[in-house]
Ligand binder design. Structure first.
Ligand code: CTP
Ligand code: CA
Length: 227
């Protein structure tokens, strides 16, 4: 069903969201992927849509439903996600990169199904994918707000702060893995948000849809402050 904008706070503003996993093809029948569902990014897209924004959602392979009204750009690989974002970001007011982008892809795509060799192990050579958040950070203007996510298993805060700096983001949302109700596939998430100015928000466990609304509203506060 087509959603109506609930209010017009962001009328005329354009928002770019990445969400879901990427799939990196190995041969015609195999790929490298990850367990991202896309739920978090879709919730953020919905929250911005409800505030009146024009929302472009660049979505990797995901089975989750996307509410009507949101412009969905379906992609499969990191390279496709990068190309779509590079085309959209210059004309974007606020961007949230929540996709679980594969850091690597197979160096070559086999044209035929790869056959196993008897008794041998098997190696696939991988090469780096472009970093979408970093590329956007490198061309960001003062009027644009750019938010990334981080998923860490150790030195969480230090690593998240490193990503904030290295990618020239305005905020990093650190996903907590220290809670079984948070993360891939769940309906809830526990995050810590690091702002460029040093402010830290430690938010307790909440539903992904609530988190989407509160993150969107925090970003709206920031973009209004900087005017
Ligand atoms: N990201 C991206 N493009 C990539 C890799 C990551 O846009 N090729 C974005 C993610 O969407 C997320 C942020 O960068 O918003 C951090 O992703 P993460 O995987 O935690 O960080 P990496 O920089 O890839 O570092 P590492 O995986 O080595 O910890
Ligand atoms: Ca990564």
């Amino acid at each position: 069903a087509e959603l109506a904008h609930k209010d017009n706070t962001l009328n005329g503003k354009k928002v770019l969201i990445t969400a879901g996993p990427t799939y990196e093809n190995i041969d015609p029948v195999r790929f490298i992927g990850n367990f991202s569902s896309g739920k978090m990014g879709i919730a953020i897209a919905e929250a911005f849509y409800n505030r009146g924004a024009e929302v472009n959602l660049v979505l990797g392979p995901s089975k989750e439903p996307v509410p009507g009204g949101i412009n969905v750009i379906n992609v499969r690989s990191a390279q496709q996600m990068y190309d779509a974002c590079m085309a959209l970001f210059p004309d974007t007011d606020m961007a949230v990169m929540s996709a679980a982008v594969a850091d690597f892809r197979p160096k070559t795509l086999a044209e035929e199904k790869i056959k196993k060799q008897d008794d041998e192990g098997m190696t696939i050579e991988l090469v780096r994918n472009p970093d979408i958040l970093k590329a956007c950070g490198a061309i960001k203007s003062d009027k644009q707000l750019l938010v990334g996510f981080a998923l860490e298993t150790n030195n969480e805060e230090e690593n998240a702060l490193g990503k904030l700096k290295r990618k020239n983001a305005d905020m990093i949302v650190l996903n907590s893995l220290n809670d079984e109700k948070a993360g891939f596939g769940t309906d809830t998430n526990k995050v810590t948000i690091f702002e460029k100015n040093g402010t830290i928000h430690r938010w307790p466990l909440r539903s992904k849809s609530e988190l989407g609304v509160q993150l969107a509203d925090l970003m709206i506060e920031k973009i209004n402050e900087s005017k």
